[in-house]
Design a protein around this ligand. Structure first.
Ligand code: SF4
Ligand code: SF4
Length: 230
């Protein structure tokens, strides 16, 4: 008898939350556990993400407005998912939320994250066109997922067009300068107010590149945060 239920991915996939990874809490490194707060009563951590454009299409189609439509949509979808497919199971949303979860660290453990010169995770399937959408503690008992095994596309990228595409020379020599990037993005007339030209110039996973509206939404929000905090 199989003691682990199958992971019900269909609703998530249809909703654009098409990257999922299940960790057993007792297998997570201590430093990751330290970021999760009180885990009493929970056995697993479920990391959810999106790759490509479908999530944004779903967010627009469902008509959610407000400052954080993607986060609101994902919270709502997770709630429907648990109610419909995991009745009686409890969960606690860590992200989006106040908990300082190390998403890139979890992404690395899941095999999703490989570093890129512009400091956004990259892999050979999606390029850099994916993001973390939710991390939750759950009292589920799925079979934990194995990490996906994808090497970094940057290791074999000879020309590295992303480096030359950055108008601030923030990737010069392959080392990212956050200071140069922020200073350039904040400038009047910056070409990176609503995009990252280096990211857009990377050819890997180009078919999954966000459309202009999604880029504008994501980078517009990050620019507002930069203006607030720097
Ligand atoms: S252009 Fe090359 S080096 Fe730059 S992110 Fe893409 S694969 Fe990596
Ligand atoms: S946002 Fe613009 S300035 Fe910053 S790394 Fe990307 S291309 Fe360079």
């Amino acid at each position: 008898m199989n003691e682990h239920p199958a992971f019900p991915a269909d609703l998530l996939n249809q909703s654009g939350i098409n990257r999922q990874h299940v960790f057993n809490l007792d297998a997570l490194p201590t430093e990751v556990m330290a970021t999760l707060g009180n885990t009493d009563g929970y056995r697993q951590l479920i990391l959810l993400g999106h790759g490509g454009r479908h999530l944004w299409e779903c967010v627009k189609a469902c008509g959610i407005s407000g400052d954080h439509p993607i986060d609101d949509y994902c919270r709502q979808t997770v709630s429907h998912w648990f109610a419909g497919y995991l009745p009686g199971r409890r969960y606690r949303m860590l992200y989006p939320g106040e908990q300082p979860v190390g998403l890139q660290q979890l992404g690395t453990l899941a095999g999703w994250h490989q570093p890129s010169p512009f400091m956004v995770g990259i892999d050979t399937e999606w390029g850099s066109w994916f993001a973390y959408r939710a991390a939750l503690l759950a009292d589920t008992d799925f079979l934990p997922f194995l990490p996906v095994d994808r090497s970094s596309p940057c290791k074999t990228c000879q020309e590295k067009p992303c480096i030359a595409a950055c108008p601030a020379n923030a990737l010069e020599g392959g080392d990212f300068s956050l200071q140069k990037c922020i200073a350039y993005r904040r400038r009047t007339g910056s070409k990176c107010q609503f995009t990252c030209l280096a990211r857009v110039d990377c050819p890997v996973g180009a078919e999954h590149r966000y459309d202009d509206e999604q880029l504008r939404h994501s980078y517009g929000r990050s620019l507002e945060d930069l203006k607030k905090y720097f």
